[in-house]
Design a binder for this molecule. Structure first.
Ligand code: PLP
Length: 456
């Protein structure tokens, strides 16, 4: 295998803390077998999320010192606005403290009882914010997306036929907006093709329904288009993203992902009337529209980070790193979602631990085993995160049971991930010893963050 080349050198280091197996047994029990309840100091390698966990560059830190902390009209806002405007081409740009704040505002205005909001696949906070308004969130992935083994270059694509059926069945007046999540986080960080975006847009245009992008990982998505979609090899990821946004009527983005920032996000719109209503709610919930719940220095870090995230050497390393981990795990025979996605490796828990039924959370059993064995924190994306309880109390399993190893940007080296791959291979070799779990307590929504469990 060729050497993976990190296009940066390390200037500041943070020591890692090893724990013993005995300590981890106690800590996991105290955390009620939910790794969200662990302290990060008790985690050796933290692959819980790629959100807000990036290492910032010297240029970002330097930019933060330039932060203008004025309440209104800060210079940092205009720098941020210029970058987001250049990327999205949208005239109305609102900073928010993170992605879900944009969702909250947008769906408060567009959602509500009787409304239906389709997506290629909704992310968990997006779904929760839609459902909270009484609207229904519908996933319309292409069929290939639901089979972890099927190789398809754009598994994030939306099923355009089903979209049109949905519109005809319910009527366009019930569908205030259609979303495309780029890349699709929940089904494996899989990209959406420009061809698919155009096809979706064509259908929506016929019915007068706006298209919005959930653009958290748009740089990674643009790079996959460059690598895989005919006709784009010579275009820069930034230009490809500009084309992506050109088909959208609006977008929101958590800058904690491809913004390479530790906090922040934005909502960008083309429609003046909607922008005016967003501005009112922004002031109510986030802050004045030129800071939107962020410090001026955060706006600077995002403006710089967004540009760095589109650099080709960076994206080559980023996407190459994830696929390298996929190669190692494949060599160990571990069942995975293929091909490799942009920000994470997704283990197929259903095939990893077929003896554990969905209602006993096979993914969570693997997550707990990985922490106990190696101090590594991953996250379940399956029955615990997305399962539902039917009226008769039966467990309704989502289509996939996955374990996500999210890779923070520019944080861990190849040897850190080699250690993780070896640990997972050890667990796979003894997978018949894995035991399921039972849910003791759960919240009414986003239950995976706080749920309490016990091993069976
Ligand atoms: C992270 C994420 C969000 C929400 O953003 P936060 O900054 O975590 O609030 C929305 N959609 C997708 C696809 C995400 O990955």
């Amino acid at each position: 295998m060729p050497v993976l080349f990190e296009p940066f050198r390390i200037k500041v280091v943070e020591p890692l803390r090893m724990t013993t197996r005995g300590e981890r047994e106690r800590l996991l029990q105290e955390a009620r077998y939910n790794v969200f309840r662990l302290r990060s100091e008790d985690v050796l390698i933290d692959l819980l999320t790629d959100s807000g966990t990036a290492a910032m560059s010297t240029r970002q830190w330097a930019a933060m010192f330039q932060g203008d902390e004025a309440y209104a009209g800060a210079r940092s806002y205009f720098r941020f606005e210029e970058v987001v405007h250049s990327l999205t081409g949208m005239p109305y740009i609102f900073p928010v403290h993170q992605g879900r704040a944009a969702e909250h505002i947008l769906f408060t205005l567009l959602g509500g009882h009787g409304k239906i909001i389709p997506s290629n696949t909704h992310f968990d906070t997006t779904r929760a914010n839609i459902e909270y308004t009484g609207a229904e969130a519908v996933d319309l992935p292409i069929p290939e997306a639901l089979d972890p083994e099927t190789p398809h270059p754009f598994k994030g694509n939306m099923d355009v036929e089903r979209l049109e059926e949905l519109i005809q069945r319910h009527g366009p007046e019930r569908i205030p907006v259609c979303l495309l999540t780029v890349t699709s986080n929940t089904i494996g960080g899989q990209p959406v093709s420009l061809e698919n975006v155009r096809a979706v847009k064509q259908v929506l245009e016929r019915y007068g329904i706006p298209l919005f992008l959930d653009a958290c990982r748009v740089a990674e998505n643009a790079y996959f288009i460059k690598l895989r979609e005919p006709g784009y090899a010579e275009r820069s990821p930034w230009e490809i993203a500009q084309e992506l946004f050109s088909y959208a009527d609006g977008c929101f983005m958590s800058a904690k992902k491809d913004g390479l920032a530790n906090i922040g996000g934005f909502l960008a719109l083309r429609d003046a009337e909607l922008a005016e209503r967003v501005g009112h709610l922004l002031i109510l919930w986030e802050g004045f529209p030129t800071y939107g719940g962020l410090a001026g220095r955060d706006l600077e870090a995002i403006a710089e980070g967004l540009q760095e995230a589109f650099q080709e050497e960076y994206l080559q390393y980023r996407v190459g790193f994830v696929s390298r981990v996929v190669e190692w795990l494949t060599e160990a025979g571990i069942p995975l979602v293929k091909p490799a996605g942009g920000h994470a490796v997704f283990v197929d828990a259903r095939r990893f631990a077929p003896h554990i039924p969905p209602e006993h959370f096979p993914g969570q059993a693997i997550v707990c085993a990985l922490y106990l064995h190696a101090g590594v924190r991953a996250v379940e994306v399956g029955s615990l995160m997305m399962g539902k309880r039917a009226a008769d109390g039966r467990h309704l399993a989502p289509p996939l049971e996955l374990v996500r190893l999210a890779i923070p940007r520019r944080v861990y080296t190849e040897s850190h991930l080699r250690y993780v791959a070896d640990a997972l291979a050890d667990i796979y070799a003894r997978r018949h010893e894995l035991r399921g779990l039972r849910l003791l307590r759960e919240a009414p929504f986003l239950r995976h963050f706080t749920a309490e469990l016990e091993p069976l």
